[in-house]
Design a protein around this ligand. Structure first.
Ligand SMILES: [Zn+2]
Length: 232
């Protein structure tokens, strides 16, 4: 594992690559592969205000390790996506984030879990970048960097904006019922997005859903609350 940072400036409009697995591993593979994207915040890591410059690995949320262990049983690449607007205004923040996520990857590797890439939108929402969801450049940048097939991938998320970003690149969104995800369900939303999203209780449920789908069991159908498919 190593840290790869792309781009001469963190103030441009490109996503920031905080971590990828060894590049040669991706370049050896001729055909793009499907991947499992996971939104880092709330689903994998908890961040307290003011901890952005901490040097320790981010704190895992309850159930995150178990969910990542389930995903690690698959051969599918696991990619974390995140927003961190402070990156675009401080090189030190980016360097600290790279260090913290390198430690996170190392710690996960000692606990039968795995993360193959971490990609970050470094912009404030008002900067009108292409990578802050519901824009899809973060997904596309990860796909281009790691040779991934988005149409054979899933995004485990907890907002409609994230689910929408996935659908626009033919990636399957799985909306989880974090506190944020439950609140999102109450919001008016495009009926097709509600119908096309899959639903899971948490990261563990979403990971089991992915595992069952890849193995052909289609367990996700039993995890999807029936009324949601017909709402709105
Ligand atoms: Zn951005």
């Amino acid at each position: 594992m190593k840290i790869v940072t792309q781009g001469a400036s963190v103030t441009d409009q490109m996503p920031t690559v905080l971590h990828t697995a060894e590049r040669a591993d991706w370049e050896r593979r001729a055909a793009p592969r499907g991947a499992i994207f996971v939104m880092r915040d709330r689903l994998v890591c908890e961040e307290q205000p003011g901890c952005v410059l901490a040097t320790t690995a981010p704190t895992l949320t309850f159930g995150a390790l178990e969910g990542l262990r389930i995903l690690a049983r698959l051969e599918t690449p696991i990619v974390l996506l995140m927003d961190q607007a402070r990156v675009s205004h401080a090189d030190a923040v980016q360097q600290t984030l790279e260090l913290r996520h390198a430690r996170l990857v190392e710690e996960l590797a000692t606990q039968d879990a795995r993360v193959d890439g971490v990609f970050c939108c470094p912009h404030w929402p008002g900067e009108a970048c292409d990578c802050h969801m519901p824009q899809s450049a973060l997904l596309r940048a990860a796909a281009a960097t790691l040779n991934l097939d988005l149409s054979r991938s899933a995004l485990i998320c907890d907002t409609w904006d994230q689910a929408y970003a996935a659908l626009t690149v033919q990636c399957q969104p799985i909306l989880t019922m974090t506190a944020c995800g439950r609140a999102e369900l109450a919001l008016p939303m495009w009926a097709e997005l509600r119908a096309r999203a899959w639903y899971a209780a948490d990261l563990v449920g979403a990971a089991l859903c992915v595992e069952a789908t890849i193995s052909g069991q289609r367990l996700w159908q039993s995890l999807q609350p029936a009324p949601l498919a017909h709402a709105m």
